[in-house]
Design a protein around this ligand. Structure first.
Ligand SMILES: C[S@@+](CC[C@H](N)C(=O)[O-])C[C@H]1O[C@@H](n2cnc3c(N)ncnc32)[C@H](O)[C@@H]1O
Length: 223
C-alpha cells in the first residue's frame, strides 16, 4: 500500500510548482495543515481506479496523490479558469501527463467518467436542488468498487457551523473564491440522495485541527 502522508520536502516541492507567490504560500500551508488529502488517499489507497476531482481548484489533491506514489490518472474540473490554467501549468512543470484539467460549471453537467469521484468543499456554493443534482450525477460516475468521497461543512446548531459560514464569506471577501456560500447540506440529505443512487453511505467528523464543522462523507459502490 502507498504511504498516506508525503514528506514535508515532497509537499514543499508541490508548492514549488506554483508560478504565483500567493498560490505558492497557500499551497504550502494548505498541504501541511489540511487533513483532507491524506483522508482521500486512505480511502483509495488499495485501488488503481482513475479519479475525477470536481471543484479541483489548482489541482492540489492530484499532486498529493502522486507524492504518495498513487500515480493514477486524475481529471480535475473547476469553473475558475484562472485556477485551471494554474493547475495545467503545475502538471506540465511536474511532468505528469496523467493529470488533466478542464474548466466547466458543475451545475451544467460533468465530464464522462467512471472511477472514484471526489468533491471537496464546493457544495456550499450550490442551492439544495443543485446539490442533489450534483450528488446524483457524481454518484453515476462511481465505478463498481469505487467511492464518492466528499468533504463538506454540515448544517447544524454548532458553533463550528457558524465559524464555517464566516470562513466561507471571508474567502469570498479576499477574492480567493468567486462566490460566497449559498446553502450547506445536512447529513440526512447525503444519506437520502446517495442511497437512492445505490451507494452505501458513511459520515464522520473531519475537524482535524480546525474549528470548522467539516465532515467526510463516503459513498461506496459494491464491487
Ligand atoms: C474551497 S475550493 C476547494 C478546492 C479543491 N477542491 C481543494 O480542496 O484543494 C472550492 C472550489 O470549487 C470551485 N467551484 C465552485 N463552484 C463551482 C462550480 N459550480 N463548478 C465547478 N467548480 C466550482 C471553486 O472554483 C474552487 O476552486
Amino acid at each position: 500500500m502507498n504511504q498516506v502522508t508525503p514528506s514535508r520536502a515532497d509537499l514543499d516541492a508541490i508548492a514549488g510548482l506554483c508560478d504565483e507567490n500567493w498560490d505558492h504560500y497557500y499551497t504550502r500551508a494548505k498541504l501541511r495543515s489540511d487533513p483532507v488529502y491524506s483522508a482521500v488517499m486512505r480511502e483509495i489507497a488499495d485501488t488503481t481506479a482513475p479519479l475525477l476531482d470536481i471543484g479541483c481548484g489548482i489541482g492540489l489533491l492530484s499532486h498529493y496523490l502522486h507524492a504518495c506514489g498513487h500515480r493514477v490518472p486524475v481529471t480535475g474540473f473547476d469553473y475558475d479558469e484562472r485556477k485551471i490554467a494554474s493547475a495545467q501549468a503545475m502538471a506540465a512543470k511536474a511532468g505528469r501527463p496523467g493529470l488533466t484539467f478542464t474548466s466547466g460549471d458543475a451545475r451544467r453537467g460533468l465530464p464522462e467518467f467512471s472511477g472514484h469521484v471526489v468533491i471537496l468543499d464546493i457544495l456550499q456554493f450550490f442551492t439544495e436542488a443543485e446539490q442533489d443534482q450534483l450528488l446524483t450525477e457524481a454518484a453515476a460516475r462511481v465505478a463498481c468498487g469505487g467511492k464518492l468521497i466528499i468533504r463538506s461543512g454540515l448544517q447544524d446548531d454548532s458553533w463550528r457551523f457558524r465559524l464555517t459560514v464566516m470562513g466561507d464569506h471571508l474567502a469570498r471577501l479576499t477574492f480567493w473564491m468567486k462566490a460566497g456560500p449559498t446553502r450547506y447540506p445536512d447529513a440526512e440529505q447525503f444519506r437520502r440522495v446517495l442511497s437512492a443512487a445505490g451507494l452505501q453511505v458513511r459520515i464522520e467528523p473531519m475537524w482535524g485541527g480546525t474549528p470548522f464543522n467539516n465532515y467526510l462523507i463516503v459513498g461506496s459502490r459494491a464491487a
